[in-house]
Design a protein around this ligand. Structure first.
Ligand code: PEP
Length: 256
């Protein structure tokens, strides 16, 4: 199983010139690296630009709608993303849930449609600071997983990547403790085993996101046994992003 590192550029950078500069610099710095699956998720207008510059780096989108086509002003379908070369789609990111009021039910429909389009969903879950302080972390994660994966078959779940992203750790430089991440990952595995079976739970890919940088990245793989990382802010700095990837060399100790 390859490690997975996903760069979520969010609504950045501002110009096409900066996009090309950032991507080319990452591509150059990571040339020849085959042991890690690297995915760049730029804003929609830059997907084709990056696809044309693509190397072994894979392309992902930050969101999508759940219809193929039609009168849905402003939306982008999973089919369209597949057609222009995407392999992954981030879904249920906390910024979508918070700012755009996306519900667990909406996330569930999106996951189903992403899978139908033969793309891999990167399904984000995580608790807020208040929920954590109130001791509700596992309750929140259980709800998000049960509703988000509702009526998704054993076969389909193989393609789903679960990204644990504690909301209080996103963009705050307050990264989650490695042992906490490990505890959450074990909880997710147990829940998936209950909802599906042991084999599914052992194979499901769980990644961590939230203030990852080149200093803590390898600890999430070594100590928390994550199978990958979702990197926001640090992926907009090519030197830092390359450093993150290089720090993960030869790590194979993930959770099964
Ligand atoms: C994210 O938004 O998915 C994320 C992980 O952001 P950051 O790395 O900036 O905390």
């Amino acid at each position: 199983m390859k490690l997975l590192v996903i760069a979520n550029w969010k609504m950045n950078p501002l110009t096409e010139k900066e996009v090309k500069r950032l991507f080319t610099s990452i591509k150059k710095g990571l040339k020849g690296r085959k042991n890690i699956e690297i995915v760049i998720c730029p804003p929609f207008p830059y997907l084709s630009i990056i696809n044309n510059l693509l190397s072994s780096i894979k392309l992902g989108a930050q969101d999508c709608f759940w219809k193929d086509k039609g009168p849905y002003t402003g939306e982008v379908s999973p089919q369209m993303l597949e057609n222009i070369g995407c392999k992954y789609v981030i879904v249920g990111h906390s910024e979508r849930r918070e700012t755009f009021k996306e519900t667990d039910e909406m996330v569930n429909i999106k996951i189903k449609e992403i899978l139908k389009a033969k793309l891999q969903p990167i399904f984000c879950i995580g608790e807020t600071e208040e929920e954590k302080k109130a001791g509700k972390t596992f309750h929140v994660l259980e709800r998000e997983i049960k509703k988000g994966l509702d009526k998704i078959s054993k076969k389909e779940i193989e393609k789903v990547i679960i990204a644990y992203e504690p909301i209080w750790a996103i963009g705050t430089k307050k990264a989650c403790e490695e042992n906490e991440v490990m505890t959450v990952a074990l909880f997710i595995k147990k829940l998936v085993s209950r909802l599906y079976n042991k084999k599914v739970a052992s194979n499901i890919k769980i990644i961590y996101g939230g203030s990852v940088d080149s200093k803590n990245a390898s600890d999430y793989l070594r100590e928390s046994k994550m199978q990958g990382l979702l990197v926001g802010g640090a992926s907009l700095n090519s030197k830092e992003f390359i450093k993150i990837i290089k720090s993960l060399n030869n790590i194979k100790t993930y959770l099964r």
